[in-house]
Ligand binder design. Structure first.
Ligand SMILES: [Mg+2]
Length: 361
């Protein structure tokens, strides 16, 4: 166990969180919004009272507006609140831009939301606080956005670090300070502690990390089942979960080469359908969606053409639909005779189907 602990404790992990992401993007694109309380969500007056706040800027937060709040309630809390409808397409594109910057530092990236990710930079020789500073500078340079970064040797501490100095801050929690940090932490700030757990803790008189640290592993298991183990180790500033490499791929595709050239349109259609099925399988396995579908065609003369279609929204993962789109492009390239040696189908402009919640182990 000691050896294992030493190994996991020598990791260098960053947790990056773009500050009030959607709100910050809208303020960047329309500076007038910087000086008003801003809620990203539908205006209830224009949508029959519907709408939910996705993100609020810091002025709105001061007035008591927070994310997941109904728009009406938000307006009640802050009558001057300015509503801007979310533009998820734009946010996804910026997220892709930010991921490209992450890749300058490491390939071990675990996104947890469009604006949040863990990076394992253990392999990088530079000191982690330096890396955090450089990363923040690069994101600012490329996108004009600020972020908060937590630096530590495990994911829980890195995340707590990024929450510690928000917005636009860096918090480094080294090994020698980690235990004290956890002892002083209010119990509700521990990862995975929701309302139900909090109630139990209140009944037990557990208010912070120090009280939690005093509980035995057996007692924690009795009260919380297997989550008791997670709590026990968290109180000891120990967390084993690796940064799960789920960085978003740039493209997912498949190609087929034919020994005998295809001359028949039906053969081409069948080949595209087979490729589409394989690509869909792959996309589903990786829980991804794509906005651009690119068709590659190589003929007998080794002449290669690639043409793509980009949709405003992502493609449905439907092989029949993809085949029809591919055939439209194909017919456009070869209205008459053809002799095809290779066909390919590729999705790019990739986004995750949905981000999974942070798991503790
Ligand atoms: Mg954020």
């Amino acid at each position: 166990m000691t050896e294992f602990l030493q190994a996991v404790d020598h990791r260098k992990i960053l947790h990056v969180d773009i500050d009030a992401f959607y709100a910050q993007v809208e303020m960047r694109d329309n500076p007038k919004l910087k000086t008003v309380p801003l809620g990203i969500g539908r205006d209830p007056d224009q949508h029959h009272g519907h709408g939910v706040i996705a993100t609020a800027n810091y002025l709105a937060r001061k007035a008591g507006v927070h994310s997941a709040m109904g728009s009406i309630e938000a307006k009640r809390a802050c009558p001057d609140l300015v509503f801007v409808a979310p533009d998820f397409d734009k946010y996804r594109q910026i997220s892709v831009q930010i991921h490209a910057i992450y890749h300058e530092f490491t390939d071990t990236i675990e996104p947890v939301a469009l604006d949040e990710a863990y990076l394992d930079v253990t392999e990088n020789k530079m000191a982690s606080p330096t890396l955090a500073a450089q990363l923040r500078h690069r994101i600012w340079q490329e996108t004009g956005l600020t972020c908060s970064v937590g630096v530590s040797y495990n994911k829980v501490l890195a995340k707590l670090g990024s929450e510690h100095h928000k917005p636009n801050g860096v918090t480094v929690i080294p090994r020698e300070l980690a235990q004290d940090f956890m002892l002083a932490l209010p119990i509700k700030a521990f990862r995975g502690v929701g309302e139900k757990t909090l109630e139990k803790f209140q009944k037990l008189g557990v208010k912070d990390g120090r009280d939690l640290h005093a509980m035995s592993l057996d007692d924690l298991r009795v009260y919380f089942g297997s989550f008791g183990d997670v709590l026990y180790w968290q109180a000891r500033a120990t967390h084993f979960s690796p940064v799960k490499d789920r960085s978003v791929r740039q493209s997912v595709g498949k190609e087929s080469t034919f020994e005998f050239a295809l001359h028949d349109r039906q053969q081409v259609e069948a080949a595209f359908k087979e490729l589409a099925e394989k690509v869909v399988q792959n996309m589903e396995k990786r829980k991804l969606l794509g906005r651009t579908l690119t068709v590659k065609i190589r003929d007998d003369d080794f002449h290669t053409q690639t043409k793509g279609i980009t949709l405003a929204d992502t493609f449905d993962l439907d092989p029949a639909f993809m085949t029809r789109q591919a055939m439209l492009i194909f017919d456009d390239c070869y209205p008459d005779e053809f002799s095809v040696r290779l066909l390919g189908l590729t999705f790019s402009n990739i986004v995750p189907q949905k981000y999974e919640a942070v798991t503790l182990f």
